[in-house]
Design a protein around this ligand. Structure first.
Ligand code: MN
Length: 302
């Protein structure tokens, strides 16, 4: 499949899909969909909650591998423990970000700290550019992110630069991630980089963006070439804005891997199921996930 064109400004309302993380945690998956596989380098966007989950229904994902991407976790309510094959054990709390750079290969597990409990979180994947995707794996925890007032909205800058602030979260391609909340009816004009493409997911409440109403379970794709957007809410609203320069490489996304060729998927699957490339997660008792057979699956171009 060819690389997505530079689309110009647009307003595409895209319904999220329903997904399950681990055995039971229900999520709303806004990226990828058949309409849009990437927004900048963001190649996966799951929204969990806000909800009170019953016993056994929280996040409990046993050790599993990743290649070619960064996992980006934004915790809004609840707590999750991250365990990885580099020996990191990090609890993530509301207002914090975990960033795991898979590079050539890492494995990790993620477990809610309470059962039953409450969760509200977004987990995204960032595709690594070809020059960076074989790098050594790494994990970073960010306990605090910059907070900026933007008219009637309170912004938290998750990745990139905006509104005079710079996020401490590093990126390997030009990228933006921003959490926006209004406590009541609000109006804001938010400056954007015109060379980025952008999309907004509504996490709670409702908002009107450039006149288009957006509610939870939908993503509004805004295209490129916008120097600003107008946000209007008539009630409390909670949004996630993502953006970046259109990703100029054809990628394959399958299971927990981002790569370029089917052969890489087959090799990564074999290495996980039989080899030692992904190390061992020692700090959890959860069972290891088994990779499915890549030969039975249609690999989808990004
Ligand atoms: Mn994972």
């Amino acid at each position: 499949m060819s690389v997505q064109a530079h689309p110009g400004p647009t307003l595409e309302l895209i319904p999220a899909r329903s997904g399950i993380v681990g055995d039971a945690l229900r999520v709303s998956r806004a990226i990828p969909t058949k309409q849009r596989r990437l927004v900048g380098a963001w190649c996966f966007l799951d929204h969990a909650g806000p909800m009170d989950y019953a016993e056994g229904q929280g996040m409990a994902v046993g050790p599993h591998p990743h290649i070619g991407l960064q996992t980006f976790t934004w915790m809004i309510e609840g707590e999750v423990d991250h365990h990885d094959s580099l020996g990191n054990h990090q609890r993530i709390r509301p207002g914090q970000v975990n960033l795991m750079t898979a590079g050539r290969g890492i494995s990790h597990a993620e477990v809610s700290t309470r059962d039953p409990g409450r969760i509200h979180a977004a987990q995204l994947w960032i595709a690594l550019p070809d020059a960076e995707r074989h790098r050594e794996p790494a994990f970073q925890h960010f306990p605090e992110l910059p907070k900026i007032a933007c008219d009637g909205f309170n912004a938290t800058l998750l990745v990139g630069e905006a509104l005079g602030a710079v996020s401490p979260v590093p990126a390997f391609s030009p990228l933006l991630g921003m959490d926006l909340q209004s406590a009541t009816a609000a109006h804001a004009i938010l400056p954007l980089r015109a060379d980025f493409e952008h999309a907004v997911v509504c996490l709670q409440g409702a908002v009107s963006i450039e006149g288009q109403r957006l509610v939870p379970g939908e993503m509004l794709y805004l295209g490129t070439d916008r120097a600003q957007i107008t946000l209007d809410s008539t009630e409390a609203a909670h949004l996630l804005l993502v953006g970046g320069t259109p990703f100029e490489e054809d990628i394959l996304v399958w299971w927990n891997f981002v790569a370029r060729t089917r052969e890489e998927m087959v090799e990564a699957t074999r290495d996980w199921n039989e080899g030692d490339r992904f190390g061992t997660v020692t700090s959890t008792d959860l069972p290891r996930l088994h990779a499915p057979d890549p030969s039975t699956l249609q690999l989808r171009a990004g």
